[in-house]
Write a protein that binds this ligand. Structure first.
Ligand code: PLP
Length: 449
């Protein structure tokens, strides 16, 4: 009997025994292509020799030194490397152990910033529906994934949720993409006005939405307008790049492609590439200086911040993403993956949208392509596709069904950046086999709009 508390207590997972390139191998020797990088984590695959060597070297020198007493060379080097490539005026890096911690740190920093500059009335956070910012209570409250929030709702602080920029479902007939982008961005201004302009602390958004809606990129012009509104009302823009950052969309930071920079951003997942648990929050010098010249102490912290071994691993990862050209490879291979998905699913009667950026791609399932009506959540298509793909030796990340009033089922793909053209073929073949097997098993009446 296993004493590990699994995610799903009714289906105990196999034991993963080995990682080899893009594959995970279980204890029986079965090979699984990691088509989602876990959850957009394993950007360099599972056996990168440079990252492994960096960890081994660091752990032999210094495993841990508490940041209450010390900084460390790997943490300093990694911060320099991130800042060298970060957009805008991001100038300081606060290390944590994962995405939720990074986002919690971002919210607390925003709050403390306004206390330091004498605007204690600023406390409201505005985010978007169909978003996810982590599972700890603070960021769960800010996220707009209703299914994840629901059981804990009595424990959550207040946060506002405006529309996401979700062209496939949101753009009205006859509306141009640009007009749509401005309309949804302007919801932010309306919400700031409703709450009282000097009471709003931050707007939080994922540049490319990941775990709630399946790789939804923003429409051109959306984030430019968001940036303008934030500037006009003195609201901090916090971008959550936990899933879409670190080269996943083809640039180190996803927001680079939208031509804007945040005041604070959160990264994790691909930063450690699965070799070590590490996340980070980056902020501008203006925010940092408010604390430096004020109380001198960010009233936050965790035991493992700036862990030297995690930082050494992440330094090797970010070096490969930037100087090693792996983020650029994600852009190139992502275009090829999109083409392969369009070739296979472009005319599929139940695939309504194929989208994403770089190696961050999503498919949206619908009963009917014309009406875009989603499948009933009771069918649990996403869970069935995940299981069928897994049986066929493909790890993918389906979701949906019960999210925010049933917007339907999605499959997220986020493979390692080292994948080859042949492996794109393997992913597409296995995924289409899994989707068609699952669809063949549901009654015809459930497939009609
Ligand atoms: N933010 C986003 C956009 C995420 O996708 C996730 C995790 O999926 C998180 C935050 C939380 O990260 P973690 O699971 O590392 O706490």
């Amino acid at each position: 009997m296993s004493h590990v508390f699994p995610r799903h207590t009714k289906s105990i997972p196999p034991l993963a025994a080995l990682g080899e390139g893009c594959y995970l191998i279980d204890e029986t020797g079965k090979r699984y292509f990691d088509g989602s990088g876990g959850a957009a984590v394993s950007c360099l695959g599972h056996s990168d020799p440079d990252v492994i060597a960096a960890i081994q070297e660091q752990v032999g020198k210094l495993a841990f030194a508490h940041t209450g007493f010390f900084s460390s060379e790997p943490a300093e080097d990694l911060a320099n490397l991130l800042i060298e490539h970060a957009p805008g005026a991001l100038d300081r890096v606060y290390f944590v152990s994962g995405g939720s911690e990074a986002m919690e740190s971002a919210l607390k920093l925003a709050r403390q910033y306004f206390l330091e500059i004498g605007e204690p009335q600023r406390r409201h956070v505005i985010a978007r529906r169909q978003s996810y910012h982590g599972n700890t209570l603070g960021v769960l409250a800010v996220g707009g994934n209703m299914w994840r929030r629901e059981p804990f709702s009595p424990l959550l602080m207040d946060a506002s949720h405006i529309s996401p920029c979700y062209e496939y479902r949101g753009r009205a007939e006859g509306e141009t993409a640009f007009d749509y982008s401005q309309r949804v961005a302007n919801e932010l201004e309306a919400e700031i006005q409703r709450l009282g302009p000097d009471s709003v602390m931050a707007f939080v958004a994922e540049p490319v939405v990941g775990a709630t809606a399946g790789a939804v990129p923003p429409v051109a012009g959306y984030f430019k307008r968001v940036r303008e509104i934030c500037d006009q009302y003195g609201v901090l823009l916090i971008l959550d790049e936990v899933m879409c950052g670190m080269g996943r969309t083809g640039t180190l930071f996803a927001c680079e492609q939208d031509g804007i920079a945040p005041n604070i951003t959160a990264i994790a997942k691909g930063l450690g590439a699965g070799y070590q648990p590490i996340g980070a929050m980056l902020c501008t010098d203006k925010i940092y200086s408010a604390i430096e010249n004020g109380s001198g102490f960010f009233q936050h912290g965790h035991t493992y911040i700036g862990h030297p071994v995690a930082a050494a691993a992440a330094k090797a990862v970010v070096t490969k993403l930037t100087k090693g050209g792996m983020a650029a490879r994600a852009m190139d291979m992502g275009g090829r993956l999109q083409t392969a998905l369009e070739d296979r699913f472009g005319q599929h009667p139940h695939i309504g949208d194929i989208r994403g950026r770089g190696l961050f791609r999503g498919l949206e399932l619908v009963k009917d392509r014309e009406t875009k009506v989603p499948f009933s959540p009771e069918l649990k298509l996403h869970a069935k596709i995940k299981a069928a793909a897994f049986r066929a030796g493909l790890i993918c990340y389906p979701m949906g069904g019960t999210v925010d009033g049933n917007i339907g089922d999605h499959v997220l793909l986020a493979p390692p950046f080292i994948l080859t053209d042949d492996q794109i073929g393997e992913v597409v073949d296995k995924l289409s086999g899994a989707i068609d097997t699952v669809l063949a098993g549901i009654p015809a009446t459930d497939k009609r709009a």
